[in-house]
Design a protein around this ligand. Sequence first.
Ligand SMILES: NC(=O)c1ccc[n+]([C@@H]2O[C@H](COP(=O)([O-])OP(=O)(O)OC[C@H]3O[C@@H](n4cnc5c(N)ncnc54)[C@H](O)[C@@H]3O)[C@@H](O)[C@H]2O)c1
Length: 440
Amino acid sequence: MSNGNGNSRPVGVVGVGYVGLVTAACFADLGHDVVCLDVKPERIEALRAGSVPIYEPGVDRLLARNRARLRFTLELDELLDACGIAFVCVDTPSTHSGDADLSRVRAVVDSLPETGDRLILVMKSTVPVGTGEKLREDLDARGLERVGYVSNPEFLREGRAVADFMEPDRIVIGAFAPADGRAVADLYADLGAPVISTDVASAEMIKYASNAFLATKISFVNEIANVCEEVGADVGVVAQGMGLDARIGPHFLRPGIGYGGSCFPKDVKALKQLAGNSGYHFQLLTSVIEVNDLQKRRVVGKLERHLGPLRGKRIALLGLAFKADTDDMREASSLILSARLRSEGATVVGYDPVAMGNAADLLGDDVELAGSMLEAVTGADAAVIVTEWGEFRQICTRAVRDVMRTPLVVDGRNLLDPGQARAAGFAYESVGRPPATAAR
Ligand SMILES: NC(=O)c1ccc[n+]([C@@H]2O[C@H](COP(=O)([O-])OP(=O)(O)OC[C@H]3O[C@@H](n4cnc5c(N)ncnc54)[C@H](O)[C@@H]3O)[C@@H](O)[C@H]2O)c1
């Protein structure tokens, strides 16, 4: 079993998507040999050939630097023969009911052979509270007591995942057997981060409660922004003034068009469902979800205020990924916005600096895809900043104004200075910053 110095058994990683690949690259960089398993042959072939199948800053550098320590395979046996500890990093998307879909997690656990060496299975995938307990019972029922089970939820943010892994605020480890928890904690020893050692259910809950709280902060500040629009206050200053209160803190107080991505929407829904399935109605989360849905739709109202009915209008969506510095489009605001705009009869053209491959798969039939910001806004009646990519800060130029049919920018991320946008000849809308403030 590995002890953190790289001289002992390799670490296994099952599922090399955003979380698994970052986990593998970072453990390799900490000196561990790592065996990575996935079910997608094209993903494993790409990684073997030295190319990185996802966009996540810094991962390519870590993978290149640690090639000798990393092995990629499609065969579970190869991982199990080599590794004493295996991190499960498979996806756990939402089902139609809002519960987490655990089919990939179950596929991994069910495929463990009845015989073999001792193994510690570490659940990094986000799974509902109680999952570890059920999986433990299933393992025991199959005579797999030799397989230890540890919950080690992941908190990394896409776009900053390497730094988040290497400098975590905390490492949460929930174990049935304390020795298994200690073996997992040892792998992280060099990071020097605070470790919360607890039971499996509490570890699982820490992940859901954290994401639900952050989503609540976002929906809260978005509602404050909406009230600011009504009463003539500036949410930027309001959030700054709130954030300086140490009891509140400055993080996650940026208003916008609502949260998206592969985690917040599904995890908030899953916690709400988990509570409901256990007989408790989580009223606050119901509102958090509703506010988030409505926030995306407010963009349509702002466009209509300037353009009237949107039928026949051409709207450019700038930024298709769910946030900047990733190519991930799962539950991205662009998906909802493009569908809403199309149902109003608008033509939608989209552009993203890195997510065009995923955009072609998800939006290709419905949205015209442009090769640059300038191409996207050419002939457009409005440009909507959906994702806070740095290059969109440069939108208010003469070149852009000249090619747009109507120089209207709806800034869903409060990326631009309202005064400068207007001075450059654009009609400008943002979130929670009333025209009176902008004109000053
Ligand atoms: N993406 C994030 O920002 C983030 C942050 C924290 C936690 N999480 C959680 O981590 C988990 C993984 O998320 P992700 O974004 O990395 O997902 P992902 O979809 O990017 O990657 C999942 C990978 O697992 C592979 N896989 C699926 N079934 C498999 C199996 N049976 N055996 C081997 N590989 C298999 C898939 O092919 C894919 O490559 C989820 O539970 C998610 O909620 C994600």
